[in-house]
Design a protein around this ligand. Structure first.
Ligand code: SF4
Length: 478
């Protein structure tokens, strides 16, 4: 860890975004969107926003910060309407500046608001094409490109515009768009990111994860299908299959890490899949030890599975401060040197003199893991055996997850033994990719696992620009 690394960031991949949309004229749609976003907070903590429509006008409230920081009672009451969409954001294209918050509002030919989870591979090409047509942008996110393509489109309806635009979008997009009378949800042909359809009373809603349906009392109906557009309005649901992609490629990392444990992904309760991964990890990498501990909270489920399968008792060897936010004041060099335990503190009574198995769900850069190993040694652990319920991450994600560049990944260009040496533990083992698929009862042919294998499921993935690709065009007035 360098002195400038934020000490509070966890070592896993950064979350992405969460979206929600609802049509319910008789309900307080802004409040429903607020609670849904609250449930999706784990998918993005940089900014939050809600758009509603009252009559012909679309109103948007958004700001940097957590959902509960961005909205208050008065703000929610001001968001009247029959339709709402919402968004929580972790930036994957575009910086985290205010302008890049969502929902994005445009009123070129069609007035609409849009919230997007994913990443467009052809963002730079589409952005260039639109600018050449005289379209201007207020943000540097790839999401505004989709909004601009729809808002400027000559078709009579946004649905017809989308039918024309969707085949031109390359990459990952689970997206909700609202007009003043409907919500339109659509998902890329490979179905990279999740999007679920729910029913609340007689009305319908969509959300990135089913945990957001649960919180507002909505019943989960089904996933929005890859390549499908669903329009939700006064006539109920209307659906059209717009894109038929050659293959599906749902992100396998959603099962391992991103989704909340209580969400359903492809028919699997995520918590159950992660426990199963822990059991398989024991089968694949057993070790003689006295106690299993999780890196909380990310490793909890897999640690429970490892403990159950091995018979080695699980205990709380690391205590986590749950109130450390990403925006926390950085501690400075002096406190770092003293080994500031801002986020995790080891329990000497659990680990001293013991051979411990430490379970986590993934390692990206390795800094936090190295720190934790060192803390546990200082707390007296006799042996430290790391067990990871994801395969080694060696390649970047082009589909909406902000991972470090390959060079920053501890597994890049290293064998497992070399990684173990870097981390300073006594042994290190990762679950195999086959083990992950066994746990989720699915196969590689319908999933993306490119960050583990380097095999990208979409053509032209290498053309994806970096996080700041639109900023680099240097055409946005600041
Ligand atoms: S590269 Fe990894 S994180 Fe990105 S979509 Fe594929 S499996 Fe998910």
């Amino acid at each position: 860890m360098t002195p400038n690394d934020p000490i509070v960031d966890r070592d896993g991949p950064r979350d992405e975004c969460g979206v929600f949309g609802i049509y319910a004229p008789e309900s307080d749609v802004a409040r429903l969107a607020y609670f849904a976003l609250y449930a999706l907070q784990h998918r993005g903590q940089e900014s939050a926003g809600i758009a509603t429509s009252e009559g012909p006008r679309i109103m948007v409230q958004r700001d940097v910060g957590l959902v509960q920081q961005v909205f208050d009672e008065a703000g929610l009451q001001a968001l009247a309407g029959e339709v709402a969409i919402g968004h929580v954001r972790y930036s994957t294209t575009g910086s985290s500046a205010w302008e890049n918050g969502q929902p994005i509002h445009r009123a070129d030919r069609h007035e609409l608001a849009l919230a997007h989870n994913g990443n467009l591979i052809n963002a730079v090409a589409l952005h260039t094409e639109l600018r050449e047509q005289g379209v201007t942008f207020r943000s540097t996110s790839d999401s505004e490109i989709i909004a601009a393509l729809l808002s400027t489109h000559p078709a009579d309806t946004v649905e017809d515009a989308l039918a024309d635009v969707m085949p031109r979008l390359e990459g990952a997009f689970s997206t909700v768009v609202m007009t003043n009378e409907s919500v339109i949800a659509f998902r890329d042909g490979a179905g990279l990111r999740p999007l679920s359809l729910g029913q609340v009373g007689e009305r319908y809603c969509v959300a990135s994860e089913t945990c957001a349906l649960d919180i507002i009392g909505a019943k989960f109906l089904r996933d929005v299908q890859p390549g499908e557009m669903i329009s939700i309005g006064a006539r109920g649901i209307e659906t059209r299959q717009i894109v038929n992609a050659p293959r599906r490629a749902f992100c396998v990392f959603e099962h391992i890490y991103f989704a909340r444990p209580d969400s359903l992904l492809e028919g699997n309760r995520t918590q159950v899949s992660r426990r199963k991964m822990g059991e398989i990890l024991w089968r694949q990498a057993p070790v003689d030890a006295d106690v299993v501990i999780a890196i909380p909270d990310s490793g909890n489920a897999a640690a429970a599975g490892y403990s159950k399968a091995s018979g080695i008792p699980k205990d709380d060897g690391l205590i986590k401060n749950r109130y450390v936010a990403r925006t926390f004041i950085q501690p400075g060099q002096e406190l770092r040197k003293q080994g500031l335990r801002l986020k995790f503190n080891p329990m000497p009574e659990v680990v001293a003199g013991k051979r411990i198995v430490v379970v986590d769900d993934s390692i990206v850069r390795g800094n936090t893991t190295r720190q934790i190993v060192s803390m546990l040694r200082h707390a007296g652990a006799a042996e430290i055996h790391m067990r990871i319920s994801a395969p080694p991450i060696r390649y970047p994600c082009h589909y909406g997850i902000d991972m470090s560049t390959s060079e920053e990944m501890v597994a890049h260009g290293r064998t497992v033994e070399e990684i173990r040496d870097e981390l300073g533990c006594d042994s290190l083992a990762y679950i195999s990719l086959e083990g992950v698929y066994e746990a989720i009862r699915a196969g590689r042919d319908t999933h993306c696992d490119a960050c583990f294998t380097g095999e990208y499921p979409l053509e032209h993935s290498d053309r994806a620009g970096g996080k700041f690709s639109i900023e680099e065009l240097a055409v946005i007035p600041t």
